[in-house]
Design a binder for this molecule. Sequence first.
Ligand code: GLN
Ligand code: ZN
Length: 767
Amino acid sequence: MLTQNLGYPRIGSHRELKKVCENYWAAKTGHKTVLQVGKNIRQENWQMQKQTGIAIIPSNDFSFYDQVLDHSLMFGAIPKRYNEVILKKGNTELDLYFAMARGYQQDGLDIIAMEMTKWFDTNYHYLVPEFYKNQQFKLFSTKIIDEFYEAKQLGITTKPVLIGPISYLLLGKEKENGFEKIDLIKNLLPVYIDILTRLDALNVEYVQFDEPFLALDLNEKEQKAFQETYRQISNAFPRLKIVLATYFDALDNNTELAASLPITVLHIDLVRAPQQLDKVLEVLGDRTILSLGLVDGRNIWKNDFENSLSIIDHAVKKIGEERVWIAPSCSLIHSPCDLDNETNEKTLTPEIKQWMAFAKQKIAEVVVLKQLATKEQGTAAETKFAENKLAQQNRKTSDLIHNPEVKTRVKAIVTKDAERLNVFSTRKMKQRAALNLPAYTTTTIGSFPQTTEVRSWRAKYKKGDLSQKQYDDLIADETAKAVKWQEEIGLDVLVHGEFERNDMVEYFGEQLEGFTFSKNGWVQSYGSRCVKPPIIYGDVKRPEPMTLNWTVYAQSLTSKYMKGMLTGPVTILQWSFVRNDQPRAETCTQIALAIRDEVCDLEKAGIKIIQIDEPAIREGLPLRKEAWQNYLNWAIKAFRISASGVQDETQIHTHMCYSEFNDIIKNIADMDADVITIETSRSQMELLDVFADFNYPNEIGPGVYDIHSPRVPKREEMIHLLKKAKAVIPQEQLWVNPDCGLKTRGWDETKKALIEMVEAAKEMRKD
Ligand code: GLN
Ligand code: ZN
């Protein structure tokens, strides 16, 4: 029995990588320093894994920005527009790489970055390979070989990690018509062979091929490509031991396919899909080793040793100890680095901390599990088992987690709690009469610029350099200015600006029971951007109103309507580390009740319009289509529970900023928000067609300008978009607003853009 790791976080346990990259981009540090910091991080990671006792340690899991981009560079899949960056004297491979990641605006060149998208159902984003007809590949970057060699110099023979050829192709995008990306396999495979030849010359033993697409729905052509490709690789390198890694879901209907491939080790994710074990054991080839992904790479909870040991035991009984490996469920880049750095007992109490494990602790868990399973002598494994059992016991019974009042309330939910009092057509009449808003009502999505100044107040307040009162006064002042300015330019429905909020989830998490926060639990989101998700450890309860004071204060400053601004239950769930001792649906429902109470309090305080943001509903969709309906059922219901405690006259808005509504439009309609604001400007309103085709009955605010760029849109452009909207959606259903919140923008461009937007709406009212 061996232990392996699939990938380790590369940001450094104090975000060293982020810091050095950002300094390099700002020309504050040189190329050599960046390379050195990368080298240090790799070395530290390898040595830590070795010292902990991991047998098969990965290399090429390091990346300066993104592992998919690394592969595009490795294969020479470099879009032509970067040629000038390559040719520019003094530019290094790293400069080209960062240009592909971030775009290149220098020396008279203005080249856009590659597109970024979500890595399966994680919050990690990768750079999408761009494919053209007859695309040729050739070995361009030797990073994988260099890093293998680098580890070898340190006395560690690693297992280089490659994204498998099929998954690499499927992750990409066809940039012209007339071909299918999967057909490029014949051009791509020779580069893999080239790389493997070089690794072979350095006496590589194991190579890991990540093929996460094996856990997704595959068509026949893709299945064939898997068979053909791996047959060719294994024919070319009979000595090479291939570790095929799958994760994030079950192999299901691809089990036979995966088991039929000529590989040495098959890795499966038993955290996400424990139910797949028996089928895999049944069809696995006689000599194939099974790597059990038991330690959760996507969450921060300690492994339950007792449970894992029973799974290991089950597998060993079936296929024997020599054919079982122990591993994390997936690469650990989705976990924070090191729990030992969490030393602030106020933010993370010792009781909660003892239930948790970050990447470094997970590595140790893998090793201890193996020691326990093989009854290895002379280790402290038995003591660790006892500790683990105690921690599990404590977690199961802790008062911190269980709040009977919350559980009872969830159980008591009845159908009508998820239904407004009357249907939309009735509510619409009542809202029209009560609110008396003009046609093409103008509003914004919630946040106004979070300037460096605003953020500095919060930092000072947290450090104790500003008192509560001083901080509140500053925020109140900023809010008042924003309200006054919105009135001046003639917006119809105002917002308070969200100046008091650090982040749309954290702000709520900080005020809810059942949430806690780490100090250093950063996880890479993309490039140098890291997020620190809140941790939901227990039953969620709202001890007190969360947004009432600021909203009521803002309303008191104006006779116009002030929109109450909340984050929805699905988004709060989706952007947090979630407890794993109860179904996600249950946790989501608890959050929904907390938001519902907030909605009702806002209504009671005289707020007539309340927005519940749900930008994360779509990203929560399971990887396999067959699981969609179940998720949508509970997710949409949670939103409805949060929104349904109010009178018909109270107008509920929701906001979503993503582009694909096609396959879920029915569910979006089921949310039954009175008004939905969406991102549409970048598609030139094309996204509205889905709503039009569906005869979406409620009101819609299609974004009329893109907030991702500082560019100020022209009035005519917005009029043009509104006319396009009006052509497909009845005008009495339309609102006028930007695509999303304005927190990342500066005041100057925000003001100019919104003045134009209000004028565009006025223009529309004329005919
Ligand atoms: N109300 C939030 C804001 O304006 C919405 C953010 C979002 O959609 N991601 O910032
Ligand atoms: Zn948005």
